[in-house]
Every structure is written in C-alpha cells, then in structure tokens.
Design a protein around this ligand. Structure first.
Ligand SMILES: [Zn+2]
Length: 265
C-alpha cells in the first residue's frame, strides 16, 4: 500500500513507476463514483445527521468536529464499492456501525486531549473500554477533577483488564499500579515501604506464613532481612523474574513475628 510507506514515497516514485500508475488509476476510479461536490455534500449532511442521531450534541460536538472521521469512513466505503453509493445507503452504514463510530470518536477525544466533561468520559468508558483502560493514568486525573468517583471505579476495572496493571495496589489512587521503584504509574505518587506494608497488611500476612512456607524458607526471609511481594509474600529465592515485584525490608518487630513462628515448631 503506497500510503503506509509514506516515508519512502520519493524512493518509490523512482524505483516503481507502476506504483504511481496504479495510484492515478485508483483516484480516477473513485472520482467516477462520486464527484467532489457530491462527496463534500455527503460528508456535510451525514456529519449533521450523525451528531443528532447519535446524541453527540450532548457531549458538545458539532458537525465540524466529526467531519474528518466521517470523511475517512465514507472514503473507505466508496473505495470498497463498485457502484456509486447513495446518501441514504451511506447513512445506513454509519447507523449500523454506531459502536465502531463511537469508538473512533472516543479515541479522538483522548488523542486530542478533549476529555473535559463527565459525559465525554462516560462515552469513552462505554464505547472504548480498551482505550479507557490503557489511558487510565490520564483519565484518572480528569475523573478526579470532575469528582466522578463512580467513573474512577470503572476505570480501575478497565485498568486491570486492559492497562499495565501490577500486583501492588496504590493506597493513594486505589489502582493496581505501583511499580518496583514504588512509584504509581496512575496517580504519580511516590510511595515508601511503610505505605506498601500498611496497604498489604504485612504484619498479618507474616503471622500466617507458616501455612505457606516451611521453616527453611521462613528462616531464609529472616536471614536475608526482606521479602519479595508480587501479590504474595515470598522469600527472595522464590522471586519470579517475569513478575513485577517489590522488595520490602523487615524491621525488628516484623522479624520477631517470624521468629515466633519458628519457635512454635
Ligand atoms: Zn496511585
């Protein structure tokens, strides 16, 4: 496809003259189907219709805001057809693929940094959950400004499904988004071991470790002075390389909890 190789355009012109010929041919085929005037009037009419039919006026979008997306879609429909499409048949295609269109709108709002209302955020979550999940770090800040607590809950779920979710929950924003350096990739907080220990209830988990590990492994934790946490507490030797984890150093009290477990044996 010549379009995808846009950076090699000049090279292609010289090396592959057929490429240019086929391009011209394609263009004239398209012109035979719809005149420029027809094409533009279809784009204008359909953009207006869609704003109304899909309720996009409720999120403050105007026909001009969606024109380029409508244009792109009409173009691809026209290219895939042999005969000239009518405005009605084009509009029908838009209505039949509403979800897909709304997803495109959602993607654009994020791309252009135009998520500025609760309604727009709701649209993104409803129609483009994957995009919303991946864009959680940005959308979280917006939702927080809008005080949309319920939408933050939705974002947390989508982040877990589609984002870069980690085993460690951030006590500040509540997303599973703490990295091994103890920074949160959603809200940007810098945490310390104390925050994480509290968040995962380390002391209680340590006191139950005897149900999970034998004495040798518990002894290993005491001797090395730290545990690895990847959703579960582990002795350093059981650290899994491909899992995101955090090392938590044990203070005297925490070591004592483990020593007590061993003395009970
Ligand atoms: Zn956070």
């Amino acid at each position: 496809m010549p379009r995808k190789k846009s950076n090699k355009k000049d090279e292609n012109k010289i090396k592959d003259p057929n490429n240019e010929i086929s391009k011209t041919k394609k263009k004239s085929q398209k012109q035979a189907k719809l005149s420029n005037d027809e094409f533009n009037s279809f784009v204008n009419d359909i953009s207006r219709e869609i704003i109304d039919k899909f309720g996009l006026d409720l999120i403050n979008l105007k026909p001009d805001d969606i024109k380029d997306l409508v244009e792109e879609i009409i173009n691809s429909i026209v290219e895939s057809r042999v005969t000239k499409p009518s405005e009605e048949s084009l509009l029908k295609k838009f209505i039949n693929s509403k979800d897909q269109f709304m997803k495109g709108i959602a993607g654009r709002l994020i791309e252009r940094d135009e998520v500025n209302s609760r309604e727009r955020l709701e649209l993104i979550i409803a129609y483009a959950p994957e995009i919303a999940g991946r864009a959680s770090p940005r959308l979280y800040k917006i939702a927080k400004q809008l005080n949309a607590i319920d939408l933050i809950d939705n974002l947390r779920q989508l982040w877990n499904r589609y984002g870069l979710s980690t085993p460690i929950r951030c006590p500040v924003c509540g997303f599973n988004s703490v990295m091994p350096d103890m920074s949160c990739i959603v809200c940007g907080s810098l945490l310390d071991e104390k925050d994480i220990k509290k968040e995962i209830n380390l002391r209680e988990q340590l006191s139950k470790l005897k149900n999970v590990y034998n004495d040798k492994l518990i002894r290993e934790i005491i001797d090395s002075g730290y545990v690895v946490f990847d959703g579960e507490i582990k002795p350093p030797s059981l650290k899994e390389k491909d899992k995101i984890s955090i090392s938590l150093h044990l203070n005297k009290d925490e070591k004592d909890i483990l020593l007590k477990l061993l003395s009970k044996a």
